[in-house]
Write a protein that binds this ligand. Structure first.
Ligand SMILES: O=C(CO)[C@@H](O)[C@H](O)[C@H](O)[C@H](O)COP(=O)(O)O
Ligand SMILES: [Zn+2]
Length: 196
């Protein structure tokens, strides 16, 4: 017999309970990532995000929390996801390589003072790793959100937030928590600013 939804639910809850303490150990890295985001946005830079599949959704989610709003009222903040322009994705994927779909956009858009956030649960998606490398070479600060292993993405990024798991779905669930913590910290920095 297959386990059923209740069994799955309990397994997922248990998995999260076990991971929570380890997740707390990421605090210094989360602090460093949040500081880099706030400094970039304060300095007139922007956040650029990318990822594949569920992480593409997370990349868009993160960018939209900033240009739109997260929890508290503040000015709109500069952020864009490299996953949303189907013309750019198909042109670059078709004419160059899928590996280049984010890197070429990063080459066009990333500047010193920006932050590129690459989200990859395996840490080994070549298009995300390439984007981190290109953005870093262009003088942007780079943040990787990965699983426990970190993979090549962790070697390419200035700061890596390693969700303590090797299961894609579980890592993604922790990634969205980490993204919301970053948003909360960014809100802290900008809610007190006088509104225009
Ligand atoms: O959401 C899921 C699985 O939960 C999938 O869409 C998953 O994101 C895709 O398989 C991605 O291609 C995985 O890439 P990555 O996280 O290893 O960089
Ligand atoms: Zn998923």
């Amino acid at each position: 017999m297959t386990p059923g939804a209740e069994t799955h639910l309990r397994r997922y809850i248990d998995r999260h309970r076990q991971a929570l303490d380890l997740l707390g150990q990421l605090a210094p890295d989360v602090e460093a990532a949040a500081r880099a985001c706030v400094e970039a946005l304060r300095g007139g830079g922007k956040l650029i995000t990318c990822g594949n599949g569920g992480s593409a959704a997370d990349a868009q989610h993160f960018a939209a929390e900033l240009t739109g709003r997260y929890r508290r009222e503040r000015r709109p903040l500069a952020a864009l996801a490299l996953t949303t322009d189907s013309s750019a994705l198909t042109c670059i994927g078709n004419d160059y390589a899928f590996e280049e779909v984010f890197a070429r956009q990063a080459e066009a858009l990333a500047q010193p003072g920006d932050v590129l956030v690459g989200i990859t649960t395996s840490g080994s998606s070549a298009n995300v790793v390439r984007a981190l490398d290109v953005a870093r070479a262009r003088g942007a600060f780079t943040i990787a959100l990965t699983g426990e292993s970190g993979g090549q993405a962790a070697r390419s990024a200035h700061v890596t937030l390693r969700a303590p798991s090797d299961r894609t779905a579980h890592i993604q669930e922790m990634h969205i928590l980490l993204i919301h913590v970053l948003c909360e910290t960014i809100d802290d920095a900008f809610v007190e600013e006088p509104q225009e």
